[in-house]
Design a protein around this ligand. Structure first.
Ligand SMILES: Nc1ncnc2c1ncn2[C@@H]1O[C@H](COP(=O)(O)OP(=O)(O)O)[C@@H](O)[C@H]1O
Ligand SMILES: [Mg+2]
Length: 353
């Protein structure tokens, strides 16, 4: 969807802020640019919506050089969320959000429907918030409106530049979670800038770690953690996250999940999907389907470390996987519980809770 081909940006004909950067972001992917302050993340992001023009190299969107797009139209189709929220202070929440839809000449009804839908998705009750002004919102609420505004015109691409870094830790955590949920529904192509590796780990499918304008390593957060390209990557990622990924499944799984039921207690059809069924002595039987219980192949074992089972969880079409010890169903593992576990322990380590 978005390709950087040997992109460089030199300021004042001498300072190279970005140097021969290459990456490709897939459609629907959540891609993060990470790295220390000053490494060229913001400059790279701004080149995507042409707020900054590259000195060398090409950037293309859907196979087309971005210089061949009309600049205005390009911007309308790229939502942009900044650290400094930048809502118009004299306009209400809904007026702020409606800016792009109005430029796109959407109908009033359509725009209103879209605004309400998006406000709800980020946890802001439309009736309560629609007519408020920015000063009547907390920082976290303003940033939510910022996200909604960026999405209002239904852009294909969303750029986010450290959108949560000015927030207090609690609001940041809530917003991170809500954005992850939102993305699961809307599946935009997102390029996200952060200097916070943990934030990138939580949200991004893949990251590009930058240093002094160059791309150092591109891969999934786990790849950077387990196969760092060099000592810079190793140092930037740190060991703390790595220790957490060594935690066995048994410590993270839900032993009392609504996704498990004893065979005899079943009351179809109102059960949560998936539902894993066990018999006497917790012997794992399979997965309940409307047609009856079927064999379920994909399972994890309680003594495996999280980093080994995450690919299985990610590959599964089910949100929850059975944890099976010998032939016993001992718990259920969800991706959400892994993220929550990481988060809780990170918060603990930072003394935030
Ligand atoms: N408009 C500009 N003029 C001159 N130098 C700039 C400009 N914008 C950014 N820089 C420099 O380029 C480097 C990278 O900046 P930036 O992309 O903002 O980094 P990051 O977002 O990773 O913190 C920094 O050294 C910064 O001072
Ligand atoms: Mg920046």
């Amino acid at each position: 969807m978005i390709s950087f081909n040997n992109v460089s940006k030199t300021f004042f004909a001498q300072f190279e802020a970005v140097r021969k950067l290459n990456f490709h972001v897939e459609k629907g992917e959540f891609f993060a640019l990470i790295g220390p302050s000053g490494c060229g993340k913001t400059t790279s992001l701004k080149m995507i919506n042409r707020l900054v023009e590259p000195t060398e190299g090409t950037i293309s969107i859907a196979g087309k050089d971005i210089r061949d797009f009309n600049r205005q139209k390009l911007r309308w189709n790229i939502g942009y969320v900044l650290q400094q929220i930048g809502l118009f202070p004299t306009m209400t929440v809904s007026e702020n959000i409606a800016v792009v839809p109005e430029m796109k000449k959407w109908g009033k009804q359509e725009t209103k429907k879209r605004i309400d839908e998006l406000l709800e998705m980020v946890g802001l009750e439309p009736d309560t918030y629609r007519n408020r002004r920015p000063e009547e919102l907390s920082g976290g609420e303003q940033q939510r409106v910022g996200v909604v505004r960026a999405l209002a015109g239904d852009p294909d691409i969303l750029l986010m530049d450290e959108p949560f870094s000015s927030l207090d830790p609690i609001s940041r955590e809530h917003l991170q979670r809500d954005v992850a949920k939102l993305q699961a529904r809307i599946k935009k192509t997102i390029v996200f800038v952060t200097h916070d590796i943990e934030e990138a780990m939580q949200l991004a499918d893949r990251v590009c770690l930058m240093r002094q304008g160059e791309g150092v390593q591109i891969g999934s957060p786990r790849e950077l953690m387990y196969s760092p390209a060099n000592t810079f990557v190793k140092r930037f990622i740190g060991d703390r996250g790595r220790d957490l990924w060594e935690t066995p499944v048994s410590e993270v799984m839900d032993k009392d999940s609504k996704h498990m039921a004893k065979e005899t207690t079943l009351q179809a059809p109102s059960y949560p999907a998936p539902l894993y069924v066990f018999g006497d002595q917790r012997r794992f039987i399979g997965r309940l389907e409307p047609s009856g219980t079927v064999t379920h192949e994909l399972m994890v074992s309680p003594d495996r470390p999280l980093h080994e089972v995450v690919p299985t969880v990610e590959a599964s079409e089910y949100d929850a996987l059975p944890v099976v010890d010998d032939d016993k169903l001992v718990g259920v593992l969800t991706y959400r519980s892994i993220v929550a576990y990481m988060h809780a322990h990170r918060t603990e380590a930072e003394g935030l809770s």
